[in-house]
Ligand binder design. Structure first.
Ligand code: HEC
Length: 224
């Protein structure tokens, strides 16, 4: 009697253990924890307000503009050192800079320079950019200091802009007065590449154009 009750208990215990084990196994099968968490992450709705989005867009835009400007300036300086302005004509160009390509990919952004007095017709401003450039010009003419700007474009995008002022005499080698600051040889090379060049006769301190960086709201929210 004593023995049989022990055996009964052991049997019951074993059965319960098997039952719990089986239950645990089936649970594990149903819920793949890592997959579930990843799905949750995707579905997560971030509650952010417009001000936060604008601040982040301003931060990312500035970072892109400053890094792009630096990359372009060093590319240009190197080319001038190597072969003078004639050789360097092909290097004041955002389309040949690998750093800008990688910044575009990193932030899923579109990085451009635009100008009312463009040399490359691809740098013509669109309607929104034109208004911003006019506002920058007005500020400069009125003696105000220029600052960057962030604004909505439709419901999906944010446009970050930063004025580009001729703040280095080096620029006048190719954007100054032909025959004086721009040598004849450099002018010939520029004319051979750009039929309708509007980017000369600038003076030190002029507004040359602006960085125009389009960021997607989705990427900005992700970065918050
Ligand atoms: C060696 C000649 C050269 C020098 C120096 C130079 N640029 Fe340029 N710049 C060009 C050429 C050529 C283009 C057109 C590039 C293209 O096809 O994208 C250009 C285009 C630009 C553009 C884009 C708008 C447009 O006109 O198409 C801006 C903005 C600009 N330059 C600013 C500057 C500034 C600021 C400096 C001084 C730091 C400077 N550049 C120095 C030759 C030069």
């Amino acid at each position: 009697m004593h023995n049989s009750s022990i055996i009964k208990n052991i049997t019951l215990g074993l059965l319960l253990t098997v039952a719990f084990f089986a239950c645990d196994m089936s649970n594990r099968k149903k819920v793949d924890k890592t997959g579930y968490q990843e799905e949750l992450k995707d579905r997560e709705v971030k509650v952010v307000d417009e001000a936060e989005i604008f601040n982040k867009a301003s931060e990312i835009g500035k970072e892109i503009a400053v890094s792009s400007q630096k990359a372009l300036a060093s590319q240009l300086k190197k080319a001038i050192k190597e072969g003078g302005p004639v050789h360097a004509v092909g290097f004041c160009n955002t389309r040949v800079n690998p750093i800008m390509d990688s910044l575009e990919q990193q932030y899923d952004a579109e990085i451009k320079r635009v100008s009312m007095h463009y040399r490359n017709p691809e740098d013509q401003p669109d309607g929104t950019e034109k208004k911003i450039l006019e506002a920058y010009q007005y500020s400069l003419d009125s003696g105000y200091s220029l600052s960057d700007n962030v604004q909505k474009v439709g419901s999906q995008f944010i446009l970050y802009t930063k004025p580009i002022v001729i703040d280095n005499p080096l620029c006048l080698n190719c954007h100054g007065e032909p025959g004086k600051e721009i040598t004849q040889a450099t002018m010939q090379k520029i004319d051979s590449l750009y039929a309708d060049d509007k980017a000369k006769n600038h003076k030190f301190g002029d507004l040359r154009g602006m960085w125009s960086i389009t960021l997607s709201k989705k990427e900005i929210i992700k970065a918050l």
